[in-house]
Design a protein around this ligand. Structure first.
Ligand SMILES: Nc1ncnc2c1ncn2[C@@H]1O[C@H](COP(=O)(O)OP(=O)(O)O)[C@@H](O)[C@H]1O
Ligand SMILES: [Mg+2]
Length: 510
C-alpha cells in the first residue's frame, strides 16, 4: 500500500529511449489540494515522466499509486478513467470545432442535447471561473483561450489530478495571472496539481512544494516557503551558479541597417507597422519590447524580406533592400529567427538530425549536388557543446529531442553562423535558466565580433541588462528609443502602454 494521503505517487519510475535514460528511478508525490511544481533543465525528463502518468508511455520499471492503490496506466483512456488529465505543451484540439464540441469530443456527451450540454459547461465555468464562449471555434481563439478549453476538457472528463506541461510558456503575464487564479480554485476544491514551468517567480508564486529533476533523476523535493530562486537554480543545475548578464561596451558603432518611415498595412486596412524609423549599429544589441502583438512579428518579417512594406525605406549598408527576397536577405548575412508562442513551426525538419538541419540554411557556399557536410557537422558539434544540447549524436532526428533542446538547435544555428545582422525574437522562450544565460552569452559573443543585433524580448529585467538601447513598440508604432540605464522598468511599462516619456528623459547618448 502507498501512503493514503497522496492523490498520486510515483516510486522508482524508470524509462529508457534507446540509449537515453530519460527517467532514472524517479520518486514524486502530490497531495489532494496541493500544487507541486516540477522543475528541471531542458531534457531533465519532466515531460517523459508526465507522459507516463497520462498513459502515453509505459514505464520500464517502477510503480504508480493513486489514493494509495497501485495502478497500471496503459493508455490515455486508462489515465482519464483514473481521474488524471494532462494539458500538453502542444494542444490537441480540433480547429474547426467549437469549444463545446471539443470539450465533449470522445465522451458520451455527444449524445446529450445541446441545452443540457450548455448547462454543464456553464456550471463548470462558474465553479472554476472560466470565461469561454462555448460556441466559439478554436481557430478564432487566442492561445490562452485554447489552453482554457484544454483545461475544461479534462475537467469535464472528471479529472481531479491535473498535469500542466509548461502552460505559461505561451501566456502573457496577465494571462498567467488568470491561469493561476483558476489553479488556486482547483486546489481549493481538493484537486492535485502538477505544474511544469521554467519561470522561478511562478514556481515561488503558485506552488506548495517543488520537486527537482536533474538528468533524469529526482534530486530533491522542497517546501516552496523554505526555498528561493537561487537555491532552486542550484538544485536544478547541480552546482553554484552566478546569474549575470553582461552588456559589453563597444565602440565603432557603424549604422548597419536603417529603416525610414516603414509601414505595413494589413488586409483589413489597419496598420501592423506605422511609420517606423530606427537604425541598428554594429556591436550593439537593440532590444525591442512591447505587449504581445504590437508589431514585433511584422517588424522581424519585414526586415527578413518575408513581408514587403507598403511604405518606407530599408537600407543595409546604404543599399536599399526593400523588395529583396528572403534568400537574398540571408545571403547578405541578415539572419532572423522568431520563436513563436507555441514553439512549433520554427523551420526545422523534425525527421532530420542536427547536422542536416544546419545544411538547410545556406551557411556554406556549396554549389552542385555534392553537399559538403563537414562545416555543418562542425557547427552542430559546436552547438552541442556550447549550449549543452542533449542528443545522442548530431544525426539523431531532432523530433527525438526535448522541446527546449530543439529550440537550442534552432536559435544556435542562427546565432553561431556569424551573421552581420541578427534579428532574434523570444530566443529563450521555454528555455531553462541556465540555457537562457548561455544564449545571452552567445548573443554578446556575436556582438563583440561586430554583429548588429536586434533582440525582441519579454523579460524587462533581462532586456534592461542586455540591451545597449531599447526600442518600445505600441500598436505598430515606435513610442521611443531609450537608454536602459537611464529609465526604470516602470518607465518602460508606461511606454509599452503608449505613453511617451517627457522630452529628453532616458535619451540615448552616442
Ligand atoms: N520519444 C522519444 N524518443 C527518444 N528520446 C526521447 C523521446 N522523448 C524524450 N526523449 C529524450 O528523453 C530526455 C528527456 O526528455 P523530456 O522528458 O522531453 O525532457 P524535459 O521535458 O524535462 O525537457 C531527453 O534527452 C530527450 O531527448
Ligand atoms: Mg518538456
Amino acid at each position: 500500500m502507498g501512503n493514503e494521503s497522496y492523490a498520486i505517487e510515483c516510486r522508482g519510475i524508470t524509462k529508457r529511449f534507446g540509449t537515453v535514460l530519460a527517467n532514472d528511478n524517479i520518486n514524486l508525490a502530490v497531495r489532494k489540494g496541493e500544487i507541486l511544481a516540477l522543475l528541471g533543465e531542458n531534457g531533465a525528463g519532466k515531460t517523459t515522466l508526465m507522459n507516463m502518468l497520462s498513459g502515453i508511455y509505459h514505464p520500464d520499471a517502477g510503480q504508480i499509486f493513486i489514493d494509495g492503490n497501485q495502478v497500471s496506466i496503459n493508455s490515455p483512456n486508462d489515465a482519464s478513467d483514473l481521474g488524471i488529465g494532462m494539458i500538453h505543451q502542444h494542444f490537441k484540439l480540433v480547429d474547426v470545432y467549437t469549444a463545446a464540441e471539443n470539450i465533449i469530443l470522445g465522451t458520451s456527451g455527444k449524445l446529450k442535447n445541446k441545452k443540457l450540454l450548455k448547462e454543464e459547461i456553464t456550471e463548470l465555468s462558474d465553479r472554476y471561473g472560466f470565461n469561454i464562449d462555448p460556441d466559439k471555434r478554436i481557430y478564432d481563439m487566442s492561445v490562452s483561450e485554447k489552453q482554457t478549453v484544454e483545461i475544461m476538457k479534462v475537467l469535464y472528463r472528471g479529472a481531479n489530478i491535473l498535469i500542466l506541461d509548461e502552460p505559461t510558456a505561451v501566456l502573457t503575464p496577465q494571462e498567467t495571472e488568470r491561469l493561476f487564479v483558476i489553479l488556486r480554485r482547483m486546489k481549493e476544491q481538493g484537486n492535485a496539481i502538477i505544474i511544469i514551468t521554467h519561470k522561478l517567480n511562478e514556481v515561488m508564486a503558485i506552488s506548495d512544494r517543488v520537486t527537482i529533476l536533474r538528468k533524469g533523476r529526482s534530486v530533491e523535493t522542497v517546501n516552496t516557503s523554505e526555498t528561493n530562486e537561487k537555491h532552486l537554480t542550484e538544485l536544478m543545475v547541480g552546482c553554484a551558479v552566478d546569474l549575470l548578464i553582461e552588456c559589453p561596451e563597444m565602440d565603432n558603432k557603424e549604422k548597419v541597417l536603417e529603416l525610414y518611415h516603414v509601414s505595413v498595412i494589413n488586409p483589413d486596412g489597419s496598420r501592423a507597422l506605422n511609420d517606423v524609423s530606427f537604425d541598428i549599429r554594429s556591436g550593439e544589441v537593440l532590444g525591442i519590447v512591447g505587449v504581445a502583438g504590437s508589431g514585433q512579428k511584422e517588424l522581424c518579417e519585414t526586415i527578413a524580406g518575408l513581408i514587403k512594406p507598403n511604405e518606407g525605406t530599408m537600407l543595409y549598408r546604404k543599399e536599399d533592400i526593400v523588395g529583396k527576397t528572403p534568400a537574398e536577405i540571408i545571403k547578405m548575412g541578415i539572419f532572423m529567427s522568431f520563436v513563436p508562442e507555441d514553439r512549433l513551426g520554427m523551420g526545422l525538419v523534425s525527421g532530420m538530425g542536427m547536422t542536416d538541419n544546419m545544411l538547410l540554411k545556406k551557411y556554406n557556399d556549396n554549389k552542385g549536388i555534392f553537399v559538403d557536410r563537414k562545416p555543418a557537422k562542425e557547427l552542430a558539434d559546436r552547438l552541442v557543446s556550447k549550449l549543452g544540447i542533449m542528443t545522442p549524436d548530431t544525426d539523431t532526428p531532432v523530433r527525438m529531442l526535448s522541446g527546449g533542446n530543439v529550440q537550442k538547435v534552432l536559435i544556435g544555428r542562427e546565432i553561431e553562423s556569424n551573421p552581420n545582422v541578427l534579428i532574434t525574437a523570444y530566443p529563450v522562450r521555454g528555455l531553462d535558466i541556465n540555457s537562457s544565460y548561455m544564449v545571452y552569452d552567445l548573443i554578446n559573443f556575436q556582438k563583440m565580433k561586430g554583429a548588429a543585433i536586434v533582440y525582441v524580448g519579454e523579460d524587462l529585467d533581462v532586456m534592461r541588462l542586455l540591451s545597449d538601447r531599447i526600442l518600445v513598440l505600441c500598436a505598430g508604432e515606435v513610442v521611443g528609443i531609450v537608454d536602459p540605464k537611464k529609465v526604470t522598468k516602470e518607465d518602460i511599462g508606461l511606454m509599452m502602454a503608449g505613453k511617451k516619456l517627457a522630452e529628453g528623459v532616458g535619451a540615448y547618448e552616442q
